[in-house]
Ligand binder design. Structure first.
Ligand code: PLP
Length: 408
């Protein structure tokens, strides 16, 4: 009989997103004629940019002709895309990378767990809290998280971001080996300043910590002094892997494409203390486990870097940011405490004292007919908050705030 990975069984049966869907289903049975507005959306809503579509059409035509057909591509990604990424996303910020330091991925969600495969199960992990839940859950599966007690994983060191510290994760007082940071952060909207991020890089350099830096929302940054990449900080190439996704930048949630940067300077150790290049390990891993992202998708991603593509994706990003600004502006006079909405299209809303996030989600569902996400979906520090997403149509956002204003 095959034995199961016991760590997997530690996961709660349903995650919060499935529970929300279940509650919405029940609501629709009880009140079939009530029209809900869903601001718990964890997806983009606008269609792909015209130039992206055009690039895909022409890549499909290439696939239809033997002379231009593409079979298996390089596991690391086509160099035409990797070079565009380096030129546009890094050189423009004074960061120099070589092509073989950039790996095209099929989205961050899978990459998070994949990278964990290279790292020993005994590493102590520190996780910015609250955060995109996949960071913790993928560590549960690989046995690094321990057991779930009172909303906390016993072996996870939670780096609390709360109202008192501006939602900036604090450097732990215990040794951690791997740290997950996300800036701008989903769900709180916290974005590291250069000096805050420098503290993390300096700490990692001093204590041999590996940082996994999730920059999914970097394209939403609105202020010039906020770093878009961890490599804007001196020394970061020695300690950090950066994960980027085209999902939020260019609406690629259904396309599945992003990239991972693993600099040559980044090393981990084996049990005898020998230094090992993470880039080489990852390159080897990809050649075993991955056959690359499809040619058509990579051509689509390359179109984002044309002048027309850049203008089109900027328009969509601005659209979501306009939604969130409207929500923030309209809800502010109600006296509700709101955070975020500056560098991400999410609002992080404080719930009244004595109410749990989950209760408030239900109250809002039945009272305002608006669906939000309970903060605990993102970790224990999310208790006391709910997230409202502006990845929705302008009309939905406007109507939702009208409902919320009346309800509040
Ligand atoms: N990282 C963060 C912070 C996210 O919010 C999300 C999606 O919600 C992802 C990663 C997943 O990105 P991808 O679509 O590339 O898997």
């Amino acid at each position: 009989m095959a034995l199961v990975n016991e760590f997997f069984l530690e996961l709660p049966r349903n995650n919060m997103f499935a529970t929300i869907a279940q509650e919405v289903k029940i609501f629709n049975v009880i009140r079939p004629s009530t029209d809900l507005i869903d601001l718990s959306v964890n997806d983009v809503t606008n269609s792909l940019a015209a130039h992206v579509i055009k690039a895909m059409h022409s890549a499909v035509d290439e696939m239809a002709d033997e002379k231009t057909f593409h079979g298996y591509g390089p596991e690391q990604g086509y160099s035409f895309l990797r070079e565009l990424i380096i030129k546009n996303d890094f050189n423009s910020r004074g960061i120099h990378l070589s092509t073989d330091e950039v790996f095209i991925n099929d989205g961050i969600k899978s990459e998070i767990g994949n990278i964990g495969e290279l790292l020993c199960g005994d590493n102590a992990i520190g996780v910015s809290d609250p955060i995109y839940p996949v960071y913790v859950e993928s560590n549960v599966i690989s046995g690094r998280a321990g057991i779930f007690v009172n909303g906390h994983w016993s072996n996870v060191i939670y780096l609390d971001g709360n109202e008192n510290n501006g939602f900036v994760p604090q450097i732990p007082d215990r040794q951690v080996d791997i740290v997950y940071l996300c800036s701008p952060n989903n769900p709180t909207g916290m974005a590291f300043s250069k000096s805050q991020l420098k503290k993390w890089v300096d700490y990692a350099l001093k204590n041999n910590v590996l940082i996994l830096f999730d920059a999914t929302y970097e394209a939403y940054i609105q202020a010039p002094n906020i770093p878009h990449s961890i490599y804007e900080i001196r020394g970061a190439k020695k300690v950090a892997i950066e994960l980027r996704s085209f999902s939020r930048t260019a609406g690629f949630t259904g396309m599945r494409c992003g990239y991972t940067v693993i600099p040559h300077e980044l090393h981990v150790q084996n049990i005898e203390g020998k230094s090992i290049s993470m880039n080489q390990l990852w390159n080897r891993r990809q050649s075993i486990r991955f056959n690359g992202v499809s040619y058509v998708t990579q051509c689509a991603a390359a179109a984002i870097y044309t002048d027309e593509g850049k203008a089109e994706i900027r328009k969509t990003i601005d659209y979501y940011m306009r939604n969130v600004m409207l929500m923030r502006r309209e809800l502010a006079p109600t006296g509700v405490r709101l955070f975020g909405g500056e560098h991400v299209p999410y609002l992080w809303m404080k719930v009244p004292q004595g109410t749990t996030s989950y209760d408030y989600f239900k109250k809002m569902l039945y009272g305002a007919n608006v669906v939000c996400t309970p903060g605990t979906a993102f970790g224990p520090s999310g208790e006391g908050y709910v997230r409202l997403s502006a990845f929705a149509s302008y009309d939905d956002c406007r109507n939702a705030v009208e409902r919320l204003k009346k309800w509040l």
